[in-house]
Write a protein that binds this ligand. Structure first.
Ligand SMILES: [Ca+2]
Ligand SMILES: [Ca+2]
Ligand SMILES: [Ca+2]
Length: 551
């Protein structure tokens, strides 16, 4: 409880307004017959926003189309970001982008085009830093036969070395890379049509052990568009969609390797959810490239309240063939054996497409961020998209109001890229800041040299969910006014309002004026006590306790 301030101040106030008199008397009588007590501290954080979105930055002003990007934040130096993308303007190679100033400025170069890192890299880049500052990047190399390769950088993306060929039979697809718990894992669609994965121990910067033999996920044959994540004890979860050869319906499965790098393999496939978005679902905003359900995983290794929880983000639609795609999140506290009910992350009321979602956990806080391409402002044509994001501070039970991330809206059909925006987007999230990375040909993106071709863009998004004090305030107000604890959506909503600058007095008024509160009677609040000198920017709240009859 915050001290009320000096009696002198209170005496000054007393002349102004009777409620202060009551508070002053309460102070005089404290411990005996106090009927009033200061309930809430002075307002604070009134201008604090839950999301602060920086400008969209063109990370590589390049001729032609670049798309299908991935990005990772260096935990040793969070100002060091490294991204990768396809570069459709060149015959071979992938583009690597590097920033050392938290994404404000970037350099880029082409790699894996006959330089020793790769023969003819094409696509499907995925990147992850680990806790030591090792940066891993995987991609498909169109060598003969084509192969999935893994690169390592120990200097924050300045230089790379080829760790090895993860798979090279010639028909592999869609690699993913994950780090955590002293390991690095790569999963991929193998040449026999199943999901396979390989892991290696990591003991320090540049200290990468040998990769174990490939492990097949039982029951995954015919699945693709997968992802991999590592849990806090080293357990490994892969996900994939199956079947993939239609526009929907399909299902999303997981397999668990419970002992991680230990000798046990992947367990049986578990269906996490059905979805009406198949492996090749043509929607107006991605008509040539089509979309899949884009199932992605993110374990919480934060050591916090939801340590060990794994999140699954994916796309679903009311019916197969519908272009009204939406983004859903489920979570599991038992490594995928069972899953929560889905929570919808996009909060628009349109019938447009939300697609290619990505999810990330801030391993310092356990907070969750989700971002995706979104056609909510496209109108009935449903054919242009911007990047929208949200976050959760309660372990995925509820999500905050959506926030626009990209400065503009892009039209992939104008770019002439056969796979439109690409098969996916990615993001990374660390120390309260997340960076989605996406393909952009909006006129609002500064620097693109040849619109309507695509460049790669990112934006710095600072997610500041309500503080514990703000949430506690809302909880106390529920108990006082509604005589109950807040339901999770109510707690998120009202805490978010406080965090977004709504004053606590306004909040109390909103709750007190609900039908539920009016039906309760009991406690009420006295509002808007002016501060000394008539300033009204630091009002105080005093709770009137039940039983008092003077007000
Ligand atoms: Ca194992
Ligand atoms: Ca929708
Ligand atoms: Ca370009």
């Amino acid at each position: 409880m915050r001290p009320l301030g000096s009696i002198t101040r209170m005496s000054t106030w007393r002349k102004r307004i009777g409620t202060v008199d009551l508070a002053w008397q309460s102070r005089r009588r404290r411990g005996s017959n106090a009927r009033y007590r200061p309930h809430v501290e002075a307002l604070e954080d009134r201008t604090l926003l839950s999301f602060a979105v920086g400008p969209s930055v063109d990370i590589g002003p390049l001729l032609g189309n670049q798309n299908e990007a991935s990005l990772a934040i260096n935990p040793i130096n969070a100002n060091n970001l490294v991204a990768f993308s396809n570069d459709l303007a060149v015959s071979s190679g992938i583009r690597v982008y590097r920033s050392i100033d938290a994404g404000a400025s970037w350099t880029n170069r082409l790699i894996a085009n006959g330089d020793g890192l790769g023969v003819a890299a094409c696509c499907d880049t995925q990147a992850a830093f680990d806790q030591f500052g090792n940066l891993f990047a995987t991609y498909i190399d169109f060598s003969t036969p084509s192969a999935i390769k893994l690169l390592l950088s120990t200097d924050g993306g300045a230089t790379f070395s080829l760790i090895g060929i993860i798979a090279g039979a010639g028909r592999e697809d869609q690699p993913s890379v994950a780090t955590g718990a002293g390991a690095v894992w790569v999963s991929y669609h193998d040449s026999f049509g199943s999901i396979s994965a390989r892991g290696a121990p990591v003991a320090g910067l540049g200290n990468i052990g040998a990769f174990a033999a490939p492990q097949i996920a039982p029951g995954s044959r015919g699945g693709n568009f997968g992802n991999v994540s590592i849990g806090p004890s080293g357990q490994v979860l892969v996900t994939y969609e199956k079947p993939i050869n239609n526009a929907g319906p399909a299902s999303i499965y997981i397999n668990l390797d419970a002992d991680g790098l230990g000798p046990g393999g992947f367990g049986a496939a578990v269906k996490a959810t059905d979805t009406n978005v198949g492996g090749f679902d043509p929607i107006p905003a991605q008509a040539q490239g089509t979309v899949d359900a884009e199932a992605n995983l993110a374990y919480d290794r934060s050591g916090g309240a939801h340590n060990g929880r794994v999140y699954l983000v994916y796309t679903d639609a009311a019916a197969a063939g519908s272009s009204d795609l939406n983004i859903f999140v489920r979570f599991s506290d038992n490594d995928g054996s069972s899953w929560s009910l889905p929570v919808r992350a996009n909060d628009d009321s349109t019938a447009t497409s939300q697609f290619l979602p990505q999810i990330a956990v801030d391993q310092n806080s356990g907070n969750v961020a989700v971002a995706w391409y979104d056609a909510r402002n496209a109108g009935p044509a449903n054919n242009i998209a911007q990047i929208i994001a949200t976050g959760s501070a309660d372990g995925g039970a509820t999500f905050f109001p959506n926030v626009p991330v990209s400065s503009g809206i892009s039209r992939s059909s104008a770019a002439g890229a056969s796979n439109d925006f690409g098969d996916y987007m990615t993001m990374d999230y660390l120390n309260g800041v997340f960076y989605p990375v996406w393909s952009d040909n909006s006129p609002a993106l500064n620097g693109n040299p040849d619109l309507p071709h695509l460049d790669i863009a990112t934006a710095r998004v600072v997610f500041t969910p309500p503080t514990p004090q703000q949430s506690a305030f809302v909880t106390q107000m529920y108990r006082d006014l509604l005589h109950r604890d807040p339901d999770p959506p109510g707690l998120t909503y009202f805490s978010g309002l406080v965090s977004n600058g709504v004053s606590r007095i306004q909040l109390a008024s909103m709750i007190e004026n609900t039908n539920e509160s009016r039906g309760r009677g009991g406690a009420s609040y006295l509002f808007d006590v002016p501060a000394p000198g008539g300033r009204r920017d630091r009002p105080e709240l005093f709770r009137r306790l039940p039983g008092d009859r003077r007000h």
